[in-house]
Design a protein around this ligand. Structure first.
Ligand code: C2E
Ligand code: MG
Ligand code: MG
Ligand code: MG
Length: 283
């Protein structure tokens, strides 16, 4: 079986499956028990102020390890669970876990740092989404301003029912970010109309800052547009000093990427950032 293949089991799985359909069915079936079997975990990738390099936030990213299928990337399994609607339950688990962790770290002295959670359009469309956000903030006694929801442009931000939901979240004090900005197909006029706090520039634009096929034109325009709309502009996927220097000099507010830190396990994050926050508070 695939589980005997060790670190190669993911490749084995890909090769062995006849069609994408079979792969989807396997993912769907295995994910049904993933929460009960403790197969899901969150890792946390820090976000920094581009000028001071201070920690300003973190993003929770989902990881799944299954005995049969091995470790599967969210890029592979999220689209499957969006279609099967299992994302409702899994997304709910992610929000709870991230909020619970955030509360623990705040109690340990983390300080003014926010927690971002990725939200799929299917979750946002669900009628229980806003009540579940209320419930989570209540359960963990979290101030809404420390929770940020990252949504991609696929959210059909132009629909009027969506506008109403985002306005409600905004009134509650939860922060809203557009993720992977620049890769979607929405009209940019929604940026003005919607109660959005920040723009995350997709890493494909960041990667084009330097190198043989460098092209600054789009990223420069995105940063300028975000700033003029008074949005917080965040660059994801920052990997080189050259990219950082460019982003800083063009007024990008926050940066995230392997140059600073990869997504970290809760233990790793705590060892690096939470203990430090405690010491700073005592000084
Ligand atoms: P995203 O939200 O745009 O997250 C950024 C992705 O880039 C993450 O991949 C992260 O590990 C990766 N990354 C971070 N720094 C760098 C870098 O310097 N260079 C490069 N090349 N990559 C970097 P990951 O964790 O595999 O997640 C992929 C996508 O899956 C996420 O993209 C997000 O759309 C989705 N996702 C992850 N967790 C969740 C979740 O809990 N719920 C939902 N709905 N989607 C999730
Ligand atoms: Mg994200
Ligand atoms: Mg992104
Ligand atoms: Mg992305």
């Amino acid at each position: 079986a695939a589980k005997e293949q060790g670190p190669n089991n993911y490749r084995f799985f890909r090769k062995d499956m006849k069609t994408k359909f079979t792969q989807r069915v396997a993912i769907e079936q295995q994910l049904r028990h993933a929460i009960d079997n403790d197969e899901l975990t969150l890792v946390y990738q820090p976000k920094f102020d581009a000028c001071t390099c201070e920690l300003v936030g973190m993003e929770a990213l989902l990881r799944w390890h299954n005995e049969e299928l091995g470790s599967i990337s969210p890029q592979t399994f999220i689209p499957v669970v969006e279609e099967s609607r299992q994302i409702i339950e899994i997304g709910h688990w992610v929000l709870h876990k991230a909020a619970e962790q955030m509360k623990k770290w705040q109690d340990a002295g983390l300080g003014a740092v926010s927690m971002a959670v990725n939200i799929s359009a299917v979750q946002l469309h669900h009628e229980q989404f806003i009540p579940s956000i209320h419930e989570i903030l209540q359960t963990y006694q979290l101030e809404p301003k420390w929770l940020e929801l990252e949504m991609t442009e696929s959210i059909e931000i132009n629909r009027s029912s969506m506008l109403e939901k985002l306005r409600t979240l905004n009134r509650m004090g939860v922060r809203l970010a557009v993720d992977d900005f620049g890769t979607g197909y929405s009209s940019i006029s929604y940026l003005q109309k919607f109660p959005i706090n920040s723009l995350k520039i997709d890493k494909s634009f960041v990667q084009r800052i330097s190198g043989p096929h460098s092209d600054h034109s789009l990223i420069e325009a995105i940063i300028a547009m975000g700033r003029s709309l008074k949005l917080e502009v965040i660059a994801e996927g920052v990997e080189t000093e050259e990219q950082l220097a460019y982003l800083k000099s063009h007024g990008c507010h926050q940066v995230q990427g392997y140059l600073f830190a990869a997504p970290l396990t809760a233990g790793e994050f705590e060892a690096i950032y939470v203990k430090g926050a405690k010491l700073n508070n005592m000084a």
